[in-house]
Design a protein around this ligand. Sequence first.
Ligand SMILES: [Zn+2]
Length: 331
Amino acid sequence: MVELVIEKSQTFNVVARLAAPSASGGAVIVGAHLDHLGLGGPNSLAPDKVEPHLGADDNASGVAALLEVARTLSAKKDSLSRDVIFIAFSAEEAGVLGSSALVSAKPAWLEGAWAMLNMDMVGRLRLNELSVLGAESAPEWRSLVETACEQSRVKCAASGDGYGPSDHISFYSAGLPVLHFFTGAHNDYHKPSDAPAKLNAAGMAKVAEVVSALAATSKDVKLTYTKFPAPVRGDARSFNASLGTVPNYGGGLPGVKGVLLDDVRPGGGAEKAGMRRGDVIVKLGTYDVGSVEDLMFVLTQAKPGETVTGVVVRDGKRVELEVTFQEGKRR
Ligand SMILES: [Zn+2]
């Protein structure tokens, strides 16, 4: 006999705004997550050890760099043409819950924002090589990143769409160009041995310099958001059928039992049916959909090409849609 007890506790994002003298270009958001794994738990890669997981690289390094960016930019705030929003996110390790909740709350500064710059694991710069992920989320990034990296004499490898397992995905899914700064994987990842002594402090300062330069980009520089199809999550599973949904894993929409969509993949069954970001799927055919698990179940039961009536809740109203399942992923 197993008893499961759900423990809830409240946690907070920390948000600060640096106001530019005459801001008009849309805010730039600079962020890093402040949480880690505590004494270990399910996300630890040393599950036999119940001891403090220090998280020096993941992500004390990012928070330290965030403070350095704030220090740098506040010293030159008279020259800024965009407001800068600094955010230390909570509950990233539990599935980007802090950033997801914040984006869902639609704060006023998010409307018309220019970009989101995320620092997650920036403490282990080696061979002076910095990964800049998300660089394909806007075509203008390449030359902007190249210039900033050259100025700081860092070798940057810029690549990738805006999907990635950190807080920038919440902003990319909401339509913002993003960058994720990352100094690379290592054996101490998610283990108690991710310790401060292993950090490259000078390297962190360089990352902060690159991010500061990008955050100070003139309001005249526009970015063109580029949307990529969302990757299929949970790829270890196989489904009969697919809908091309990107479910929200951050607890959904309060008060509505169903699957909140963070996005729909272009060309997928959900998009063709007229579903869109913000819809909550509550029913597919004869099945009530109360959770992501229910949706997965429907996808294992459905046949590709089969059309059913789906129900979504949109702006508080139930909307019926004809949904045709597509071929699922098999492995
Ligand atoms: Zn992290």
